[in-house]
Design a protein around this ligand. Structure first.
Ligand code: ACO
Length: 325
């Protein structure tokens, strides 16, 4: 059986209006713009208002993505939402988004892989579409991490922000894709022995609350540089490509120093690395689609460009997607 090609039709994003800069942290936190900016590259983040839930942000990102894809919601038959901060324990945030968009065919579900969530969701959508189990999918990364933060813990609360990004992908017969555009490969990994490096203090079946974030930053940093570098090299090898073939590297945006270290190890020009962290901070599952959305708005992405997406997050989970725009 000939598998379908899965092409990217459009991307969208949405950020809450409230900008919270490094200067807005209270004196009692004992931090500074200089410390945060020098160690991470983060200058500001967006913080959701109480009514701005994960689905609220995601719905708006989906509307943008549908507009950029020039398709209507009734054409969508698969919705996958990557989030670690769902509106409710159940139902899935994806079905809330489905209903708000007026979609009632196909299926929707959530994926939980924290900061690697978008890579996981896109991989699942790719598999559904390749096999012909759906035709057009909305793949979403959306998180409201401000609700998971201990705002008195300076080692974590300065790192995160809220946002949502979405991508529309479509299955087409591979014979209609002579330029071999779309998703070329996907790769997912996890290793639960590292789960305590990045976790929450609670959960539904333990404390009955969502908990707050605990992170061993140095250890996560080390794993991120090592695993994201190897992940890109492995993905290139799978496709018989080299670093020189990459037009854009779109890493999960956790820390500018991680992204620079990965770029240096790969020997890729830093101009080819899309970085949106300065104004967004780490929006967890949303960073990659938001970075693509920002790049699209600047007209950086040209048809035929080779793009590598990569992430590492809680779990630990990590993975990559190679695609031709
Ligand atoms: N302001 C001022 N000082 C601070 C702050 C702050 N916000 N935070 C920590 N410090 C202090 C520490 O207390 C420590 O002080 P000490 O030496 O007196 O003990 C000192 O600064 C150095 O702290 P380190 O943690 O060693 O700082 P480091 O250079 O490692 O930077 C950071 C910390 C930015 C968190 C870095 O380790 C990092 O980015 N790690 C990776 C995070 C990441 O990738 N997360 C991705 C996944 S997120 C997800 O999946 C949900």
């Amino acid at each position: 059986m000939e598998l379908n090609s899965v092409i990217v039709r459009g991307v969208g994003g949405f950020l809450p209006a409230r900008r919270f800069s490094n200067y807005d942290f209270p004196e009692s936190l004992n931090t500074s713009h200089e410390w945060i900016f020098e160690r991470t590259g983060i200058a500001a983040r967006r913080i959701a208002e109480p009514h701005e839930t994960t689905s609220f942000l995601a719905i708006r990102a989906c509307e943008e993505a549908l507009k950029s894809a020039n398709i209507t919601p009734d054409e969508i038959d698969l919705i996958i939402c990557a989030t670690a901060t769902p509106d409710k324990t159940f139902p899935a945030t994806a079905v809330l988004i489905q209903h708000a968009l007026g979609v009632s065919q196909g299926c929707g579900f959530d994926v939980q892989a924290v900061c690697s969530g978008f890579i996981y969701a896109l991989t699942l959508a790719n598999n559904f579409l390749k096999l012909g189990q759906a035709k057009k999918a909305l793949v979403i990364g959306a998180d409201v991490f401000s609700r998971l933060l201990d705002w008195s813990d300076r080692t974590t609360c300065v790192l995160f922000g809220d946002g949502a990004g979405a991508m529309v992908v479509e299955a087409i017969p591979s014979e209609d894709n002579p330029m071999k555009r779309g998703i070329l490969s996907t790769s997912l990994h996890s290793d639960g022995k590292f789960s305590s490096l990045l976790e929450t203090t609670g959960g539904v079946s333990t404390t009955g609350t969502a908990g707050t974030i605990l992170m061993h930053g140095r250890e996560v940093y080390r794993h991120a540089v090592e695993k994201m570098t190897k992940g890109v090299l492995d993905a290139l090898e799978t496709n018989n490509l080299t670093v020189a073939d990459i037009d854009w590297l779109v890493p999960h945006q956790a820390n500018q120093r991680i992204m620079v270290a990965v770029a240096e190890r790969l020997g890729i020009d830093s101009e080819k690395v899309i970085i949106t962290l300065g104004e967004h901070a780490n929006t967890s599952a949303a960073t990659i689609p938001l970075a693509l959305w920002e790049a699209q708005k600047k007209n950086l992405l040209k048809p035929g460009d080779l793009i590598v997406l990569e992430a590492l997050g809680g779990g630990l989970t990590w993975g990559s997607v190679v695609l031709r725009w």
